[in-house]
Design a protein around this ligand. Structure first.
Ligand SMILES: Cc1cc2nc3c(=O)[nH]c(=O)nc-3n(C[C@H](O)[C@H](O)[C@H](O)COP(=O)(O)OP(=O)(O)OC[C@H]3O[C@@H](n4cnc5c(N)ncnc54)[C@H](O)[C@@H]3O)c2cc1C
Ligand code: SF4
Length: 509
């Protein structure tokens, strides 16, 4: 059963269930599906809208951005120190951010698993404990290597240059079946190839009896006698304005509103914050994109959005990954104004693009916002800045080795680089952090897992220290950033946490 706030007549709704899940993204959809499969009465609440897969698959890019991205893609982390504003992209709709991914899937690197298990003592997060869950989600979401024939001409150029420099490109795994290589994954796959949670999990949850409530924004946690009793909030109209109120009572509550909004919900409710850590410890994997301009036409959007990656520089905290979005999106990211910009747009069919992100230490924070949205801050560390400069150097050298005429960097005043020597002159000393154009797709860590209530918000299975019947299942719980794209780790942890929760109930472990 599905309800949509904007279609409801009543101004007040009260309901009860066994398991109430907040958020229909990667973690929430998995939690709702597994709990419903286990025979629990489940309600899943989602602030964003529901569009049937066959409807949103026909969306124009602008419609996807308007309807499925939080704030139309315009959430920004405010800079602290030598840092630019960082655009944080988040999904808000059925499937949350999962519906918008490039489909890239990585397991957490062994090194990170070892750090968590050995140095932080989080033995339940050791690779051997997580392995069965990786296997399950890889099967459930059809995660497999992207075939070579889906690499675009731009990716072939990059591979040529990398080979000349002795750098290895590896095929990316993605959650896809029958990908046609049209590079539109971030705006809903028009061919239904991407196996996101709105396609795989929400229909299964519904089949198993879960009630899915869209345009329901959770705002209040109601607790008594050491247990959460209910969640209350706003029923929204089609303009996302409040048109009514709801209260839902449950035995068990799962927060899966994403790293930024789960923390904000807890902060607004002054809940689970004995450690003082809620909202702190935010990592963003600051990400950049670099273009190589070649003499010949490449039309690099003809191919999978993301098909290869490079992990040779992971010890420096840098992951390089192919990314090429459709031409109309590229055009807004190109430098210049007026005729200069028009010229770059004209040349965009001769460009190849590659992205990079940095495995950052916690240096961001989610604060209570005055309105509905949180206030987010982020400081780009000197190590992160140096990492991003190095990423520009490496990708630039690769493109020059492949015969590029120019390199376009996401750095103010150093945007167009016309020779390898000019590239070499870029160093952490000559580039300011605030000159970078940075975005983030993998916010993590604002309600982290740990061994006790003084140093963490939840235990190793996502159960909050404060309320035994309140669990957190999303990216907020990751104890550190991971250096790879975050969806498969969140899927595996959400599956493991939910099965554990169903097994032990709300008993304190
Ligand atoms: C454009 C884009 C591309 C990406 N590409 C990749 C990729 O290729 N590979 C990869 O591994 N990762 C990728 N990611 C990251 C990945 O999508 C996220 O790590 C993952 O989906 C996070 O899962 P989550 O469950 O924590 O949150 P989300 O999936 O973001 O789900 C949170 C949900 O909670 C809802 N919500 C928030 N507040 C409330 C409230 N008060 N009441 C009710 N509902 C609420 C939100 O609307 C949202 O639907 C990408 C992300 C984006 C935005
Ligand atoms: S590249 Fe195109 S067909 Fe393949 S998953 Fe992405 S949007 Fe779908």
């Amino acid at each position: 059963m599905r309800l949509e706030g904007s279609q409801l007549q009543d101004a007040y709704l009260e309901d009860r269930c066994d398991v109430l899940v907040l958020g229909s993204g990667t973690a929430g959809a998995i939690a709702a599906m597994e709990a419903a499969r286990a025979g629990k009465k489940v309600i899943l609440l989602e602030e964003g809208k529901y569009f049937a897969p066959e409807v949103k698959r026909n969306f124009k890019i602008a419609e996807s951005v308007r309807s499925l991205y939080r704030n139309q893609g315009g959430m920004v982390a405010f800079p602290w120190g030598d840092t630019p504003p960082v655009v944080i992209t988040l999904g808000c709709g059925a499937g949350g951010s999962s519906a918008l991914t490039g489909g890239v899937c990585f397991r957490i690197p062994d090194k990170v698993h070892r750090h968590w298990a050995k140095e932080l003592g989080l033995t339940e997060l050791a690779l051997d404990k997580l392995l069965p869950f990786y296997h399950k989600v890889e099967e459930l979401f059809s995660i497999r290597e992207t075939p070579q024939e889906l690499r675009s001409k731009g990716v072939f150029k990059f591979e040529q240059g990398a080979q000349r420099l002795g750098i290895t490109c590896k095929p990316v795994k993605r959650n896809m079946t029958d990908c046609r290589g049209c590079s539109r994954c971030n705006f809903i796959c028009p061919h239904g190839a991407k196996q996101s949670v709105d396609i795989v999990c929400l229909p299964k949850a519904e089949e198993c009896g879960a009630k899915l409530y869209f345009e329901f924004r959770a705002t209040r946690l109601i607790a008594k006698n050491g247990k959460v009793q209910a969640v209350a909030g706003e029923i929204l109209d089609s303009q996302k304005k409040r048109k009514g109120k709801f209260t839902i009572h449950a035995d068990t509550f799962v927060l899966a509103m994403g790293t930024v909004h789960t923390a904000h919900f807890l902060l607004k409710n002054r809940a689970c914050n004995n450690s003082g850590l809620v909202g702190k410890g935010l990592t963003l994997h600051p990400a950049i994109r670099i273009y190589g301009l070649f003499d010949e036409v490449l039309n690099s959007h003809q191919g999978a959005l993301q098909s290869v990656y490079v992990d040779d520089f992971m010890d420096d905290g840098i992951t390089l990954i192919a990314i090429h979005v459709p031409p109309n999106i590229i055009s807004v990211t190109l430098p210049g104004i007026g005729p200069g910009h028009r010229e770059f747009v004209r040349l965009s069919k001769q460009m190849a693009a590659f992205g990079a992100f940095y495995h950052d230490q916690p240096s961001g924070r989610v604060w209570r916002g005055l309105g509905r949205e949180p206030f987010v801050t982020y400081r780009l560390s000197s190590q992160a800045k140096a990492g991003l400069v190095k990423a520009c150097q490496v990708i630039g050298q690769i493109y020059f080795a492949a015969g590029a005429r120019q390199i376009l960097l996401p750095i103010w005043s150093k945007t167009v680089i016309s020779s390898p020597d000019e590239l070499k002159s870029l160093t952490p000393e000559t580039v300011k952090g605030k000159w970078f154009e940075i975005s983030s797709y993998h916010p993590l860590g604002t309600a982290r897992m740990g061994l006790d209530r003084h140093h963490s918000v939840v235990n190793q299975f996502g159960q909050t220290w404060d309320y035994p019947n309140l669990w957190i299942s999303d990216g907020a719980t990751l104890p550190t950033s991971i250096g790879v794209n975050s969806q498969e780790p969140i899927m595996a942890l959400a599956l493991r946490n939910t099965l554990h929760m169903l097994e032990v109930g709300n008993n304190r472990q």
